[in-house]
Design a binder for this molecule. Structure first.
Ligand SMILES: *Cc1c(COP(=O)(O)O)cnc(C)c1O
Length: 359
């Protein structure tokens, strides 16, 4: 099922950014956005692409008071075959629905959700930047919109999609990052909303992120909320370790976001003959492996950076250097393969790359 999307084009298109080296992340937006509203009686209504602008919202709207909000993040790439392409976008729509289920927000038919993203990207295709490593970041989101202060699952919601041309995450090749293991704050707990991509998880994570940044770290590594000893994820990335030739990554216990880059990296690693263990891994086990030399590599996975090698971990004031502070061989290989598929530079045997339109 697809929606019949009404398109109203802007009368005042903006100039595309001239300097693609200073795009950064999420600072400028394209000319149009997708919008539709939901009400319990009629379902999703009035699907439309309109000029980007403020969305009028009642001050009692649920999203302002009770955090009823979920989102997704994916990218459109100007591939070397002359097409605009997406990477496993069906997975994003599926995950949006899983997040919706957790927060009692309305779900969207998968085919319709994918079609909405494709139609908007096609309309905005000239906004997909050209420089190496640049892309068009797509941000679908759903929020609860009852004009009611009672605490209740919503009867009204809005689905919107906005797009932002973003710069290359790495301008001078992969770069190892310094990570601080957080021992006070927790991001999520089992039974909570950790597996949902919701704004509330981010609100809870900001304080630790700020503290880490002030100390010169780029991100926080979260521990589980109950025993405070099992590794969960790094900032907005999943995390993987190469220990004694095997790959170990935290199991999806409910408090960890099921990353699409994580899932893709696991598939590739298995294809390449690596044993991949999805299980609990404690900080003690990790530091023991670091101390006896069996911890060979560590990296984060996520749509923004794709692969982010970890060069240093800090825990309760002690620093551990990983992989000699260098980029590991496997981190680099995963990065090259995943970005190769995204930009159409290597053969896509998995059918992960989806053509939207000619560039
Ligand atoms: C989005 C996100 C990730 C990465 O997911 P991808 O699908 O790989 O982009 C990891 N952790 C958190 C908390 C996230 O929000």
């Amino acid at each position: 099922m697809k929606f019949d999307i009404k398109i109203t084009k802007t009368q005042t298109p903006k100039a595309k950014p001239q300097d693609e080296t200073s795009l950064g992340f999420g600072k400028i937006f394209t000319d149009h956005m997708f919008l539709m509203e939901y009400d319990k009686k009629n379902g999703w209504q009035n699907p439309r692409i309109v000029p980007l602008g403020p969305i009028p919202t009642h001050p009692a709207s649920t999203v302002f008071h009770y955090g009823a909000e979920i989102f997704e993040g994916l990218k459109a790439y100007r591939a070397v075959d002359g097409n605009i392409r997406l990477f496993r976008p069906q997975e994003n729509v599926k995950r949006l629905n899983q997040s919706a289920e957790r927060l009692c927000l309305p779900q969207i038919d998968e085919e319709a959700g994918l079609d909405i993203i494709e139609k908007l990207v096609e309309l905005e295709k000239d906004w997909v930047p050209h420089n190496d490593g640049t892309s068009l970041y797509i941000r679908p989101f759903v929020y609860g919109n009852d004009e009611f202060l009672g605490v209740h699952a919503v009867d009204h919601a809005v689905f919107a999609v906005i797009c932002s041309p973003v710069g290359a995450y790495y301008k001078e090749g992969l770069k190892p990052v310094k990570i601080m293991i957080e021992s006070d704050d927790v991001r999520a707990v089992r039974g909570g909303t950790g597996y949902a991509k919701c704004g509330g998880n981010y609100a809870a994570s900001l304080r630790a992120g700020e503290r880490a940044e002030q100390k010169g770290f780029s991100q926080v590594l979260w521990l589980d909320g109950v025993e405070r000893k099992y590794i969960e994820e790094v900032g907005a990335m999943n995390v993987m370790f190469k220990i004694n030739g095997k790959i170990v990554t935290p199991a999806l216990t409910g408090s960890i976001l099921p990353g699409i880059t994580r899932k893709s990296a696991i598939e590739l690693l298995k294809d390449w003959g690596y044993e991949v263990e999805e299980r609990l891994i404690s900080v003690d086990e990790l530091f023991e492996a670091a101390a006896n030399g069996s911890l060979e590599e560590a990296w984060g996975t996520g749509t923004a950076a794709v692969i982010s090698p970890i060069g240093q971990l800090s825990y309760q004031g002690k620093d551990y250097t990983l992989c000699g502070g260098q980029i590991g061989e496997l981190s680099q290989k995963l990065y090259d393969q995943l970005t190769g598929i995204q930009w159409g530079k290597v053969e896509d045997k998995k059918g992960w790359s989806v053509k939207v339109c000619n560039a």
